[in-house]
Design a protein around this ligand. Structure first.
Ligand code: MN
Length: 738
């Protein structure tokens, strides 16, 4: 029989094995169609081209994918390399097949250039996003696997390029989809071209020890199998040397030779159910010495890609450590085929439409269980891929940008740089001019046309763009470039809104009102507020609503103060906390009961510092003046009765205190260098000195006045202590009102 026909027959048999009631005619038609389409084309190996699609279809069948997928695999290169069309394939094999072929073709056309890790992650996501149907990815991975298997016929440059791409895109995706078997082969074949020397080294060393390995494997296998038989556990036991790339990674990451690699061997025990897994584990630990800390229960806690097994490392009588993986058949299927195992199971369960949303349920679950940080991000975007709110596009240099779905060239431009967006005069997508509101799709190559003479963004762009980034940057432009204009339009809008609310502009301009208003609207000046309204950072409506609130509050406050005539005894100590609830603190570090944000001044007579018990006095023009409780000017006995309700509780804030000016007096026996010693002591105490003056008295005494800044009473006390220690100083006191 013709060898190609023989290969086809093998494929058909394989598909039939898992597809009851197979429509073999349909499969055969697909084969002959592809064969005819590729007629006369040769692979680099010199074989007829059809060998490749046949081989890919066989790998797809090996995964147990549905008939549509197998047919799509046979046709996967038809759109790209032959004269077939989507319509023709759709007519002959149905739209689902045509869509799969189209999807694979799109991925084939994608160009990857190796990038930094972040870019690679975006490429992987784009790859997934473009596929839409998970089967497209699976077929594409099979396609790549066969190409890697036959890479020897390609030029060295192509070998390197494809291998890098496989290592960076295909293998990680296979891993995340849980397809260990394919992942390993992809990694090993890539490594062969990426580091031929390293690959050969490992291969040679492994080959040199084949006999030893085989003997060791056989011994352990039969010992475990025997024990299983004794225990009456039905199982399959087999050993293997770990795959080349995993050994390679360990050798290079840990700088070890092959001899030093801890576990070169892995044995598998596959059983029928989960409880047997744990029984087997007991047996293994009974037979061999377990290595401490190497047991992992991935049954109880599956790996992010749904992998389940018990892992343990043990040492046999030969002193060679090896890993044993214990799992059920179902877990084994999932471990080998990952996502694809899903289809394998489904085949038996009566056929409903594949590739529909419910089919992604399993994939979703798989991906949702991936909790690693980068995988989590991956999950988020892959979920999105399926029901999509992100779009991935290329810059002309091949950088990938991720934008919100529905994004336009404006979003793209601002994602590069605000300067690019601001000087944009047009855009090309895939080489063609497009309007600003053109909706980008996955894989588009976007080029922004800029000009030095660009007028800058237009306000319409705010409605066209989809990303916050673009919106913010456009507003920033208006904010900066059009300040005068913004202030004018903002003022007009504000004034008209005020008029509407029946508030006179003059009512907020009063000296004691404006600061409150500005604080409330959170702007430093009215101009800033107007500018913000002008460029759209806030609205006149919002601002006036706040103004209204603040005016009402100030009015209420005034009424309350007028009513309250209670005398507050200054000796009552109050904590800052008890006031905090009802008062806003001011910048002075003092909060005043009943008054928010009032102006606070520290009395010159007693210069209080934090920690001093204090009391406040509402003065006529200066807000509240704060005195120490022991200041003679605050003595309750001397207070005028008509001013009783001017005395209010105040308290120090506990955090972010500024430095406070205060004054101390030193009395000393006069001597040479006294003032210098005082200055030195103050400098050693690291306090800021505002003034220092010394006076000699007639009786040989000296009086030194110091004005300094401290954070609180504690610091002041420590300064006073230091000053006390200066030779000939006999008294240090805080200045008090005189
Ligand atoms: Mn191909």
């Amino acid at each position: 029989m013709d060898p190609i026909l023989e290969k086809y027959q093998a494929l058909e048999d394989r598909v039939r094995a898992y597809t009851p009631g197979l429509d073999a005619q349909r499969l055969y038609t697909a084969f002959t169609y592809a064969d005819a389409a590729h007629h006369g084309q040769l692979r680099k190996s010199g074989e007829p081209y059809i060998i490749h699609p046949l081989a890919v279809a066989e790998i797809v069948a090996d995964l147990g994918l549905d008939l549509d997928s197998v047919i799509a695999a046979l046709l996967h290169d038809c759109l790209e390399d032959t004269s077939s069309t989507h319509e023709e394939i759709s007519k002959k094999f149905g739209e689902p097949v045509a869509a799969l072929v189209e999807g694979v073709t799109k991925l084939t056309k994608m160009q990857y250039v190796s990038k930094e890790e972040e870019q690679m992650e975006n490429l992987r996501k784009m790859f997934m996003a473009m596929a839409q149907d998970i089967r497209v990815i699976l077929i594409k991975i099979c396609d790549r696997l066969h190409n890697m298997r036959t890479m020897e016929y390609q030029s060295p440059r192509k070998q390197r390029e494809k291998s890098l791409e496989t290592m960076e895109i295909y293998a990680p995706i296979a891993h995340r989809l849980g397809m260990q078997k394919l992942k390993w082969e992809l990694e090993d074949t890539s490594l062969r071209y990426l580091d031929p020397v390293g690959y050969k080294e490992i291969q040679n060393e492994l080959a040199a020890r084949t006999a030893v390995h085989e003997e060791f494997k056989a011994t352990i296998e039969s010992r475990i199998a025997q024990r299983m038989a004794q225990e009456g556990i039905r199982s399959k036991v087999y050993g293997r040397v770990k795959h080349v790339y995993s050994i390679y990674r360990k050798m290079y990451a840990q700088q070890k030779t092959l001899d030093e690699i801890f576990d070169l061997y892995a044995f598998r025990v596959i059983v029928d159910d989960i409880s047997e897994c744990y029984n087997v584990l007991g047996c293994i630990h009974d037979m061999f010495k377990p290595v401490l800390g190497r047991f992992k229960d991935y049954i109880g806690t599956p790996k992010p890609n749904m992998y389940q097994s018990l892992h343990t490392t043990v040492i046999g009588s030969e002193g060679i450590p090896f890993e044993v993986q214990i799992r059920t058949w179902e877990m084994h299927q999932t471990a080998e085929y990952g996502v694809a195992a899903h289809w394998k199971y489904k085949q038996g369960m009566g056929n409903k439409q594949l590739g529909t949303e419910q089919d992604f349920e399993w994939v979703r679950k798989l991906l949702e269980s991936q909790q690693d940080t980068d995988a989590e991000e991956f999950v988020r975007t892959l979920k999105v891929d399926m029901f999509s709110d992100e779009v991935f596009v290329f810059s002309p240099k091949g950088d990938v940008k991720s934008l919100p779905s529905g994004a336009t060239p404006i979003d793209f431009a601002y994602s590069i740089h605000s300067a690019v967006g601001n000087s944009m005069v047009g855009a090309k997508v895939n080489g063609r001019m497009v309007p600003y509101d053109y909706e980008l799709s996955n894989g588009d190559i976007v080029e922004v046309l800029t000009s030095k003479n660009a007028k800058g963004p237009s306000r319409d762009w705010l409605n066209i763009c989809k990303s916050n980034e673009a919106r913010i940057k456009i507003r920033q432009w208006f904010k900066k470039e059009r300040r005068e204009e913004n202030i004018a339009t903002g003022r007009a809008a504000f004034e008209s809104e005020m008029k509407h609310a029946k508030i006179a502009m003059s009512s907020i301009m009063a000296e004691d009102v404006l600061p409150h208003i500005l604080r409330k609207v959170r702007f430093g000046t009215l101009e800033e507020l107007f500018a913000a309204i002008g460029y759209g950072g806030t609205t006149a409506n919002k601002a006036v609503a706040r103004v209204k609130d603040e005016l009402l509050r100030l009015n209420r406050l005034q009424e309350n103060n007028a009513k309250s005539g209670d005398f507050i005894h200054p000796a009552t100590t109050i904590s800052a906390d008890s006031l905090r609830g009802s008062n806003k603190h001011s910048d002075s570090g003092i909060i005043v009961e009943g008054l928010g944000n009032c102006m606070v001044k520290f009395s010159k007579c007693c210069t209080p510092v934090p920690g001093d018990p204090v009391v406040g006095f509402i003065t006529r023009g200066y807000g509240v003046s704060v005195h120490r409780l022991d200041c003679p000017n605050a003595d309750p006995a001397k207070r005028k009765p008509e001013e009783a309700d001017r005395w209010v509780h105040v308290a120090w804030l506990e955090e972010n205190l500024p430095a406070y000016k205060t004054a101390v007096e030193l009395y000393a026996k006069d001597r040479d260098g006294l003032a210098l010693d005082v200055a030195m002591a103050l400098s050693a105490a690291k306090v800021k000195v505002n003034a220092l003056s010394a006076r000699s008295g007639a009786d040989g005494d000296a009086l030194i006045n110091v004005v300094l800044e401290v954070k609180n009473r504690e610091e002041l006390n420590s300064v006073i202590n230091r000053l006390h220690q200066i030779q000939s100083v006999y008294q240090v006191t805080r200045s008090s009102g005189k």
